[in-house]
Design a protein around this ligand. Structure first.
Ligand SMILES: Nc1nc2c(c(=O)[nH]1)N[C@H]1C(S)=C(S)[C@@H](COP(=O)(O)O)O[C@H]1N2
Ligand SMILES: [Mo]
Length: 187
């Protein structure tokens, strides 16, 4: 049975995040950093960090689940709801995937339907503080019901698209969606 406090199948709690940067730690210059929202959209957008801070609209507590089996419980997430970015960019009819590209060249792909989840967030803060450099400053994606590899750190581009394309881990056999409750670890 899945109670409100239970972990997804195959997960165990650890006290702290285990930091991953499979492509290394990118340099971040916050003055030149921009988030670009583009692809099959009516209005391509560019945000500076300051712009995002002004439109923070979401904060909640959620567990974080890495596909390798560790979970961190009760993390406080704060930032801009992904739905807000969607409303502003207005993806075109037929969009089915969201491709995310980071400063370190890391990429991942998220089904548009999951990206629209009401808890999906462009996180700027974790546990009451701005993201640390190692945890993805200035911004990372987080969608509570998807595995951690979809939580791209150091986000640079959010690309709406009609066609599926693998990201970094998807190309190595990981699932196109990665729903933690359905244990969608591999394709
Ligand atoms: N840019 C980037 N984002 C990334 C990764 C990465 O290597 N590079 N690793 C992913 C994986 S597999 C996980 S589990 C989480 C880990 O988040 P943490 O480093 O904050 O613990 O980041 C995800 N986002
Ligand atoms: Mo992960």
């Amino acid at each position: 049975m899945r109670g409100p406090d239970s972990l997804p199948p195959g997960q165990r709690a650890v006290p702290n995040f285990i930091i991953y940067r499979i492509l290394g730690q990118p340099e971040v210059d916050i003055n030149s950093w921009r988030l670009r929202v583009l692809g099959d959209v009516s209005k391509p957008l560019t945000y500076a960090y300051e712009d995002l801070l002004k439109i923070v609209d979401t904060s909640y507590v959620s567990d974080f689940h890495c596909v390798t089996g560790w979970s961190v419980r009760g993390v406080v997430w704060e930032g801009v709801s992904l739905r807000k970015l969607v409303m502003e960019a207005q993806p075109l009819k037929g969009v089915e995937w969201v491709y995310v590209r980071s400063l370190d060249k890391y990429t991942t792909v998220i089904p548009y339907e999951d990206f629209l989840d009401e808890r999906g967030i462009l996180a700027l803060r974790i546990n009451g503080r701005p993201l640390s450099l190692e945890q993805g400053f200035p911004a990372r994606i987080f969608i509570p019901h998807l595995y951690g590899w979809k939580s791209a750190k150091w986000v640079a581009e959010i690309i709406f698209t009609k066609e599926y394309k693998d990201g970094y881990w998807e190309a190595l056999g990981y699932h196109s969606r990665g729903n933690v409750w359905r244990e969608e670890r591999f394709k």
